[in-house]
Design a binder for this molecule. Structure first.
Ligand SMILES: Cc1ncc(COP(=O)(O)O)c(C=O)c1O
Length: 488
């Protein structure tokens, strides 16, 4: 760890060589053995994206009139995306840093639209609500927290994991402003009943947002490849805004997403202007003010270089591989794939071994797979803890090796004796009010959970078992405390 800026500048090669060594313990995406975090197309378009990113790294998106190059790039990226999800010429949008920013901006637009068009939602000092299935991404909760909206969730069927319009209708209140559906949801990989949800939104004059951060690029290509895809995009009446990430299945360099609106009158509420300070007048479409042109140029170049032909081929290969993963996992005694994946995201669990052991055991064999905690619902059956896989082009050549290793790891997990620490910690913590905990108590809880010491823990199974056993409020408090220590 360095202490302050070095007194004397170091040689460039020395710095870059050292930088390379920092990656040693990162997720092993280059070998195609990671099922999350990095979306790798294994295509020369990635090189085009990288070079375009570097070429435009210093251009500034702060003011589109000073850099017409960036204005053109943004309008072209937005048009490629809008057309892809069947938006007409009236559909507009912006390039953002990622799915979270796209969602945050859509929620801001909805909030400010409501101030004008549904003022009754603000009557008596009340706050409008975002109504989303429990499977909707945490970015909606974050947006609600940042924007001072209320967040309300509704259950999904624990087998299909798909949000239905009937359940949404039962959860509506007289304060509901936004209705959310995912295409597909991250955790369980299924597309909600977007047509049904959007019809409900039309009936109740709600703002319908489709989170297609995962599916916005892939689903239309699946359809073009002849697959049946549930309607999710601007062809569905009532869909007002849609988020789609390019740094996921668009295979663009990170910092690339788009938020789209059915028309300009909705997007107007996204834009922020400030003329109350002493400097230049600020007028920003997105959250950042000064922003690098790198991600935008990288996205434009990647998409141009990929073209529909490569996207279609890669989509077909990744879908085929997903099918082989699903069949192979289902054939491993003790494992069960939860819900049928509508795209390329897989969630599997076990009634036999504890799935939280599998990421640790697979890590020893060089793989990264993602443990996910289970979720209690209001009245429907709980959603099961599971392992998540986002399958990408880089994983396609490794299906058989992965399945063989997973099978072996399930056998190893079966031999691990049951540990009762999680239940003991949960029992101990059951009377704790997170608001009353001081630093010392947090440290104690973290050490019980095996989350002490500098850096990142080697094994995560014990930690996840404990986190899963805790009340969500305490779990959140512990994780905040942990992260607050992790970063200097
Ligand atoms: C469905 C969905 N929505 C939103 C997001 C948030 O995207 P980001 O991590 O780019 O902010 C994700 C991320 O995985 C996602 O899967």
């Amino acid at each position: 760890m360095t202490n302050g800026i070095p007194a004397n500048g170091r040689a460039k090669d020395d710095v870059l060589t050292q930088l390379e060594t920092f990656r040693a313990n990162d997720v092993p995406w280059r070998e195609g053995k990671a099922f999350g975090y990095v979306f790798d197309a294994r295509h020369e378009a990635l090189d085009a994206g990288k070079r375009a990113y570097l070429a435009f790294m210093s251009e500034n998106g702060l003011d589109p009139t000073s850099f017409p190059s960036l204005l053109r790039l943004e309008n072209e990226v937005v048009r490629m995306c809008a057309t892809h999800v069947h938006g007409g010429a009236e559909v507009v949008g912006n390039f953002t840093s990622g799915g979270t920013e796209s969602i945050l901006l859509a929620m801001k637009s909805a909030r400010d639209w409501a101030k004008k068009h549904r003022p009754e939602l603000y009557a008596d000092g009340r706050r409008p609500e975002v109504l989303a299935p429990i499977t909707a991404h945490a970015a909606f909760h974050k947006a609600a927290a940042y924007l001072e909206l209320e967040m309300r969730t509704f259950d999904v069927d624990a087998d299909t994991c798909r949000a239905s319009a009937a359940t949404a209708r039962a959860a509506l209140t007289d304060r509901t402003l936004v209705l959310v559906g995912s295409a597909p949801s991250y955790a369980y990989g299924v597309i909600d009943d977007i047509a049904g949800l959007a019809a409900l939104a039309v009936e109740k004059n709600l703002w319908m947002h489709v989170d297609a951060c995962m599916g916005g690029v892939v689903l239309p290509f699946m359809e073009k490849n002849g697959e049946e895809v549930a309607p999710f995009d601007f062809r569905v009446p009532g869909v007002w805004s849609l988020s789609m990430d390019l740094h996921k299945y668009g295979y663009c360099p990170k910092g690339a997403s788009v938020v789209l609106y059915r028309d300009k009158s909705l997007r107007k509420h996204q834009i922020y202007a400030c003329s109350e300070w002493a400097g230049y007048t600020i007028v920003n479409a997105t959250v950042q003010s000064t922003k690098s042109g790198g991600p935008l140029a990288g996205a434009w170049a990647t998409m141009q270089c990929m073209g529909e032909d490569s996207y279609l081929r890669i989509t077909r290969e990744v879908r085929d591989a997903t099918q082989r993963f699903v069949e192979g996992i289902a054939a491993i005694p003790g494992l069960r794939v939860i819900s049928r994946p509508d795209m390329t995201l897989i969630a599997f669990t076990s009634d036999d071994v504890h799935v939280f052991h599998l990421p640790d055991l697979m890590k020893k064999r060089g793989w990264y797979i993602q443990p996910t905690l289970g979720t209690k619902q209001k009245s429907a059956a709980p959603l099961r803890e599971h392992v998540h896989l986002s399958v990408t082009a880089a994983n396609v050549p490794h299906v058989d090796r992965f399945l063989a290793d997973l099978r072996a790891c399930v056998d190893e997990a079966r031999a691990i004796p049951k540990d009762t620490t999680a239940e003991e910690v949960a029992f101990m913590a059951s009377h704790i009010d997170p608001a009353q905990l001081d630093d010392a108590a947090f440290e104690k809880l973290l050490s019980f959970a095996g989350m002490t010491g500098a850096g990142v823990p080697e094994s995560t199974a014990g930690i996840n078992l404990i986190l899963q056993a805790l009340d969500p409020a305490l779990r959140k408090a512990i994780l905040i405390h942990y992260l607050n220590d992790l970063f200097q």
